[in-house]
Design a protein around this ligand. Structure first.
Ligand code: NI
Length: 225
């Protein structure tokens, strides 16, 4: 699970929200499977609407230029972001996201990682926490507007009922080049350490070069592309 701050800057958040405010929302149950439809009570932007496509593009290009996201997710395919809205009394009960999602046409995507992009600040609503059930604890998460939470798609999770205000979020799934979560974690830690070493010793230091080689060769071993 990882918190990626400032995927969108404040100006982009404002732009998103202005567009979302004039959008036509629909009942989120229309895109839920039979199991999750019974616990889903929110509003969603139609995926093929002009606004969803425009905002989705903005988020995708912000992600591509975010080194922390790229290092943690090692994305192979990313589903264009969807957007949802929880108003007072709305929630999305415990569920696991679908394992396979349809991209455009006949292309499919295996969801390895789920992502929630917060577009409302934590002071703008009460309730509405994203709760993720992990093996030892349940994590309750509410991030600043523009921040992203990346979490394993295998986990049970829910959006708690909103009791005041409105909670706007973007969400999407991605297939990683590295399917195994433990391998992905090791690569992330190695990448972050190599970058730290490079800052301390310089890019051309022999150890930096060697460890950077180890990183790339491990990706070569483990990546499916
Ligand atoms: Ni979900």
């Amino acid at each position: 699970m990882m918190h990626i701050p400032r995927v969108l800057n404040p100006q982009q958040v404002t732009e998103c929200r202005t567009l979302l405010q004039r959008s036509q929302w629909m009942d989120g149950r229309q895109t839920a499977g039979p199991l999750s439809a019974s616990v889903k009570n929110n509003l969603q932007l139609p995926v093929d609407s002009l606004e969803a496509q425009q905002l989705g593009q903005m988020v995708l290009s912000a992600l591509e230029s975010n080194p922390l996201f790229m290092s943690a997710a090692l994305p192979r395919r990313v589903l264009p972001p969807h957007f949802n809205c929880h108003q007072v009394g709305q929630s999305y009960g415990l569920h696991v996201d679908n394992a396979v999602q349809r991209l455009s046409g006949s292309e499919m995507l295996r969801s390895d990682l789920s992502a929630t992009l917060f577009l409302s600040g934590p002071d703008e609503y009460e309730g509405g926490e994203l709760e993720i059930v992990a093996s030892l604890a349940t994590h309750s998460i509410k991030l600043a507007a523009g921040d992203l939470l990346l979490y394993p798609s295998t986990s049970l999770h829910q959006v708690c009922p909103v009791t005041r205000g409105t909670r706007l979020c973007g969400f999407f799934w991605l297939q990683s080049m590295v399917r195994d979560a433990e391998q992905r974690r090791l690569l992330f830690e190695l990448d972050q350490s190599v970058q730290q070493l490079a800052r301390e010793l310089g890019n051309s230091h022999a150890s930096v070069l060697q460890l950077s080689g180890v990183y790339h060769n491990l990706v070569r071993q483990w990546a499916d592309i």
